[in-house]
Design a protein around this ligand. Structure first.
Ligand code: GLY
Length: 426
């Protein structure tokens, strides 16, 4: 099977490595990729937002399966174009991708499916903003305001703050740029990212992970696209894991079928485990970044066959034939090395030294004609460590990071630390 992966981040680099371990995968192609993915796959350029361009490339490289990594092409309907061309595609239709593309749509689906989530209100008229802010956040009972961009924002559209002026400024800015705002009540409790491979009503959950969205140590500073992640979660019981599958993922998949827009692809369930049980923070319509880098590092089952089964509506048969997914024992941790000033406008064009070491996945990198690797984006690398347990995986990832040099770069030194110390309890 020849697999074309669309995207250019560390998530796509991790997908390529895991696909490459599947004995049925005979060819790997990536577009547009980065300096790291070029070492593991045949690399092409493509406009990822154009269904026609992706179909033309898939035909040119004789792809049997197209895997679409990022949300933007999915929300624009690129998976529909690939399927219409008769090529198997892992990624939801434009209609189903609304689960990420519109938070208001996701709330409607959850209400219909009876899934717990934060109370919320959509504001699209600035005249209603102040009254709405009064109904959310302190002193109404929550410790913070949660202000979200209703539309795609690469993880940076969310502000959680106890400062009303900050909440108001973020909401007003979004409204001024024509984006409706979602105000939500704050969900307290440790967060979980659970990725589920979904084909209609069949849901196959992967290992649970936790990501770290704030830029600074101790979860401080602005939100980013993600600064690190670990998997699995030693503090999450099997019971709560099963609850997430049976009370969230399966009812949502069934509701999407009922609405006539069945979900086929990766349903990313982001939750907070509150004192009243799991409650959904967000859904995404694709593999999460950076959690994928940790989760796939532990996958032993053949990823190409799994994704192909979902893409061709045969996921239930795949699981019936091959059994539950198989995972390595132990833990994986990924830590993002970010460019100076990220998540603001990043400094780019600096030479990265040590980026070809084992466990180093590339995101914002490019290769110069002289062969050197230079930074070309905010999140530059995603380094993965594995080990018998979380402390061992942490030790490995930070050892690899010590060997990498990028002027002005920064990373968090506390990814997975609280869990490794056994300090997360439900
Ligand atoms: N890790 C957050 C995301 O992928 O959206």
């Amino acid at each position: 099977m020849r697999v074309l992966v669309i995207g250019s981040g560390a998530r796509e680099h991790a997908l390529l490595l895991a696909l490459g371990r599947d004995p049925q995968v005979t060819g790997l192609i990536v577009a547009p990729g980065n300096a790291g993915t070029a070492r593991v796959a045949e690399q092409h350029d493509v406009d990822i937002t154009s269904g026609d361009a992706v179909v033309a490339l898939a035909r040119e490289v004789r792809a049997d399966l197209v895997v679409i990594g990022p949300e933007v092409p999915l929300v624009l309907g690129v998976a529909d174009a690939v399927r219409a061309a008769g090529i198997a595609c892992f990624g939801p239709s434009k209609d189903a991708a609304q689960i990420e593309g519109s938070k208001a749509f996701a709330k409607e689906v959850m209400a219909a499916a009876g899934v717990r989530t934060a109370a919320s209100e959509i504001i699209d008229n600035p005249a209603n903003l102040d009254a709405a802010l009064e109904r959310f956040g302190p002193p109404a009972g929550d410790p913070a305001w949660v202000v979200k961009d209703d539309q795609l924002a690469a993880g940076k559209g969310v502000v959680v703050t106890a400062d009303r002026d900050v909440a108001r400024a973020h909401a007003a800015g979004l409204l001024e740029s024509g984006h409706p705002v979602l105000l939500e009540s704050f969900l307290d409790g440790p967060e979980v990212s659970l990725f589920c491979v979904v084909d209609g009503e069949t849901v196959v959950p992967l290992l649970p992970a936790q990501d770290f969205k704030r830029v600074g140590e101790g979860d401080t500073g602005p939100n980013t696209g993600g600064m690190g992640a670990y998997a699995p979660l030693p503090w999450l019981s099997d019971d709560v894991y099963r609850q997430i599958v049976t009370q969230v993922a399966e009812p949502v998949a069934a509701e999407m079928v009922r609405r006539g827009s069945p979900f086929s692809g990766l349903l990313y369930v982001g939750l907070a485990i509150t004192s009243k049980g799991p409650a959904v923070v967000e859904f995404n319509c694709r593999f999460g970044d950076p959690e994928t880098q940790a989760v796939l590092a532990l996958l032993e089952s053949p990823l190409g066959q799994l994704l192909h089964a979902a893409a061709t509506g045969t996921l239930a048969d795949f699981i019936a034939d091959s059994g539950e997914l198989r995972w390595s024992d132990g833990a994986a941790v990924t830590v993002v090395l970010a460019a100076e000033n990220y998540p603001g406008r990043p400094r780019v064009g600096d030479v990265v030294v040590g980026s070809e070491a084992e466990g180093v996945l590339h995101a914002g990198t490019a290769r110069r004609d002289d062969g050197s690797v230079v930074s070309s984006g905010g999140r530059v690398l995603s380094v993965v460590g594995t080990g018998a347990d979380l402390p061992a995986a942490r030790a490995q990832v930070y050892e690899i990071l010590r060997s990498i040099k990028l002027p002005g770069s920064h990373f968090r030194s506390d990814i997975g630390l609280v869990a490794a110390e056994g300090k997360i309890s439900l």
